[in-house]
Write a protein that binds this ligand. Structure first.
Ligand code: FES
Ligand code: FES
Length: 135
């Protein structure tokens, strides 16, 4: 987390709790959702690929990833603090379902543990489904 934010200036992964609970820092490590606040940099290999919200559009070669567009279309964010992590989790959930050859289910959405203190959870679910349809 601190290598990303303080040394590299990549501030999309939000510092929330610092103890792998709120998940505002969610990013991708080799395409899977992880929480950088709980990963010692010494535990990474040189070949590992870290993607933060800043790099998400590049994964689809566009200015915005479809999930980000869905978030805008559904006007999800309130204070915004949790939203980068919510979007990164959403993309990972859809990718995981696709890798298993299926659509996302309500059980997938129920399994998301990212916390939003502004209560945007209902809109997040709608945006996630809309984003999944565009991925
Ligand atoms: S800062 Fe809370 S989970 Fe990473
Ligand atoms: S939008 Fe404020 S914490 Fe989620």
């Amino acid at each position: 987390m601190w290598v990303l934010r303080d040394l590299l200036g990549v501030t999309g992964p939000e510092y929330g709790c610092g103890v792998n609970v709120r998940k505002a820092c969610t990013s991708h490590l080799n395409g899977k959702a992880v929480n950088p606040c709980a990963i010692p940099v010494g535990g990474l290999k040189a070949t590992d690929e870290v993607t933060t919200i800043e790099g998400l559009p590049a994964t689809v070669g566009a200015d915005l990833h479809p999930m980000q567009q869905a978030w805008l279309d559904q006007d999800v964010a309130r204070c915004g603090s949790c939203q980068p992590g919510q979007i990164m989790t959403a993309v990972a959930v859809v990718r995981r379902a696709a890798a298993e050859g299926r659509e996302i289910t309500d059980a997938d959405l129920d399994g998301i543990r990212n916390i939003c203190r502004c209560g945007t959870c209902f809109r997040i679910r709608g945006a996630l489904k809309a984003g999944a349809a565009m991925m």
